[in-house]
Design a protein. Structure first.
Length: 352
């Protein structure tokens, strides 16, 4: 099951067309892994400087759908504030061109910066996905602190949002708030706490996210344009320490309910995807989530149409391994790859 070892605080993985993998390490390194699972030295040059504090650093890596033509790779990371706000940071996305030998990123450009930056180093979000039309989605957390989390309801900030941009950082004309005065035009949806998983549904093309609740209340959401997912006005979780009710309770008109949620125990979901391969036929069409607190890969059986599914069953897998799963993905070979958390950490590959 061990495919690659020796990673330090990794956060995301991506697959190159030639069978190699890319993996991020939060201290600021982008690593290449051979098709045989060997960690290539040295790390890729040209990665932007990251602010590696608390939960931050170099986060996700996304290989462009048109990589064979443009060799573009996208990185999400925490970027330090100016000298006047040296204790602040914010999520950013950079695009670079991976060299043929995969030793360097060239022509690196920052295509998105979160506004405003914040002092907190938690609830960062940071996961990326790319739609068939090429547009990029990025999840952004609300930064946890009381003064920050309320901004998840504020359309003038990026806190607690999912955003959509083009690959050059410009805003698609179809975004839901492009004509709303005072709103950030990149915003796709809002009212999120800390979404660390995102994918585009293979049939419907809709955006799905997996989100950390507070004390309990982790969620899976079908994340539709312009919709409000409630945080911190409503939540199925409760406050840390006291477990006091959050906001107005579990529901409010005009705010979305999750497809499924976990209470009272949190699983701390990382990335998520729907399995479409042939290697594990019994799992085809199931939803999978990595789990940090639950030390498992969660499998959710879905029933009904892709646009209005129900969760018929859910079960934790591989708990006996005792690993925090930081990323979970289906590879081009149809296998499932799991990225463990920590130092050292590994990439696991599930065999049929």
């Amino acid at each position: 099951m061990n495919f690659a070892t020796g990673l330090e605080l990794p956060w995301g993985i991506g697959f190159l067309p030639d069978g190699r993998l890319l993996a991020t390490e939060r201290p600021g390194r982008l690593r290449v892994i051979s098709p045989q699972g060997q960690l290539v030295e040295p790390a890729v040059a040209g990665v932007p400087a990251v602010d590696h504090r608390e939960h931050g650093g170099l986060m996700d890596v996304l290989v462009d759908r048109e990589f064979v033509h443009n060799r573009h790779v996208y990185l999400s990371y925490t970027e330090a504030g100016t000298a006047a706000e040296a204790d602040h940071n914010g999520m950013a996305v950079a695009r670079g061109r991976l060299s043929i030998d995969a030793r360097a990123l060239d022509d690196v450009q920052v295509i998105f910066r979160q506004t405003p930056k914040a002092r907190s180093g938690e609830n960062l979000g940071g996961r990326m996905a790319q739609a068939v039309d090429g547009t990029l989605f990025l999840t952004l957390g609300e930064r946890r602190e009381d003064a920050e989390r309320v901004k998840a309801q504020d359309l003038s900030t990026h806190h607690g949002k999912v955003i959509r941009i083009r690959t050059d950082g410009t805003v698609p004309v179809g975004n839901p708030f492009v004509n709303t005065p005072g709103a950030r035009p990149e915003i796709w949806s809002y009212g999120h706490r800390n979404p660390q998983g995102i994918f585009l549904h293979p049939e419907s093309g809709e955006v799905w996210t997996c989100e950390h609740g507070p004390f309990g209340g982790d969620e899976v959401n079908i994340t539709r344009p312009g919709r409000n997912y409630g945080w911190p006005v409503i939540s199925h979780g409760c406050e840390y320490d006291s477990c006091a009710r959050i906001g107005e309770g579990h529901a409010r008109d005009g705010m979305e309910q999750p497809l499924t949620h976990w209470v009272p125990n949190a699983i701390a979901p990382s990335n998520c995807f729907i399995y479409t391969g042939e290697r594990y036929p019994a799992w085809r069409g199931d939803l999978f989530l990595g789990s940090l607190a639950g030390l498992a890969l969660w499998r959710l059986e879905l029933r009904g149409p892709a646009t209005e599914p129900i969760v018929a069953r859910r079960e934790p897998l591989y708990q006996e391994l005792g690993h925090r799963i930081r990323d979970a993905r289906q590879g081009p070979d149809g296998r499932i790859y799991l990225l463990t958390d920590g130092a050292p950490a590994s990439i696991l590959r599930l065999e049929a």
